[in-house]
Design a protein around this ligand. Structure first.
Ligand SMILES: NC(=O)c1ccc[n+]([C@@H]2O[C@H](COP(=O)([O-])OP(=O)(O)OC[C@H]3O[C@@H](n4cnc5c(N)ncnc54)[C@H](OP(=O)(O)O)[C@@H]3O)[C@@H](O)[C@H]2O)c1
Length: 252
């Protein structure tokens, strides 16, 4: 699949920034919109965009509907009817639920959980909804377009008990929000496959980023490369799948 126009969220650093670096090596690309909470402070991204004017840093808070609307307007003013080939819902948070080993959830609170749902789940729901006309246009001109939801192995309901035993750390807010993101992937595939808009959920592996920490197993750049290779080989029947960065199915 020739990726011409793409939007990636959460590009200040981490996996999002690596996606931008890989995408701009693609000879077919025209515009990569790189969403950031505060583009001015994303120094590495700004430098990349100065070297390549087709990388466009944009202000995009996925938990803010006005920010989504402004980003949509800016993107559409630049791509017109060409459409969008790829939306990467990458932005996410994973903050401690107030769990203390041996004591349990000493500080579990509703606001903390809602924050995770707002950024990790409702952000992708609202952004994807806003950009569906552009994704459909992309699919018309380019045979297919892709919504890539960056999920996690923690989204798996069938493995939830295993993770408690392995890590003794529930990540409940995070797991709930990513499981719900998988639900979006599946629902979207039901309604949008007829328009050749493919949606998939991918666990990138445990990667070295501010979220993954320095002891993680894989580099973010390697994960970005692998995941984008996976995306370019997708076919419409892949829509709705939840998989790892090597394309192997994970248990929902
Ligand atoms: N690292 C891992 O081992 C791992 C494993 C499994 C899945 N993942 C998933 O991979 C994705 C990328 O993770 P990462 O490791 O690169 O995380 P990261 O280093 O913490 O980066 C997260 C990005 O999301 C942005 N972000 C946070 N809240 C936002 C909001 N409200 N609106 C827009 N952007 C927002 C952050 O920007 P600001 O800091 O400026 O807010 C940052 O650019 C996430 O969805 C994560 O859940 C990561």
């Amino acid at each position: 699949m020739a990726i011409r126009n793409a939007l990636v969220t959460g590009c200040d650093y981490g996996l999002g920034l690596e996606f931008v670096k890989v995408l701009c090596k693609n000879e077919n690309f025209r515009k990569i919109f790189a969403g950031c909470v505060d583009p001015k402070s994303a120094t590495e991204l700004v430098k990349l965009s100065q070297e390549n004017s087709n990388i466009v840093p944009i202000q995009l808070r996925v938990d803010d509907d006005e920010s989504i609307e402004s980003a949509k307007n800016l993107i559409e003013s630049q791509i017109g009817s060409e459409g969008l080939d790829l939306l990467i819902n990458n932005a996410g948070i994973n903050q401690n639920d107030g769990w203390v080993p041996g004591k349990g959830w000493v500080n579990l609170n509703r606001a903390h959980m809602l924050k995770h749902l707002n950024i990790n789940t409702l952000g992708p729901v609202m952004l994807t909804h806003a950009l569906l006309p552009d994704l459909r246009n992309g699919a018309k001109l380019n045979s297919k377009s892709v919504v890539l939801n960056i999920s996690s192995d923690r989204a798996s309901i069938s493995l939830a008990r295993t993770y408690q035993e392995d890590f003794n750390c529930p990540s409940l807010s995070y797991g709930l929000s990513k499981a719900a993101l998988n639900h979006l992937t599946s629902t979207l595939s039901y309604y949008e496959t007829k328009n050749n808009v493919i949606s998939i959920a991918v666990h990138p592996g445990w990667i070295v980023t501010p979220m993954g920490g320095p002891k993680a197993t894989f580099s973010a750049s390697e994960s970005a490369e692998k995941i984008l290779k996976l995306v370019s080989n997708l076919t419409v029947p892949d829509s709705g799948r939840y998989m790892n960065r090597d394309g192997q199915d994970l248990d929902l």
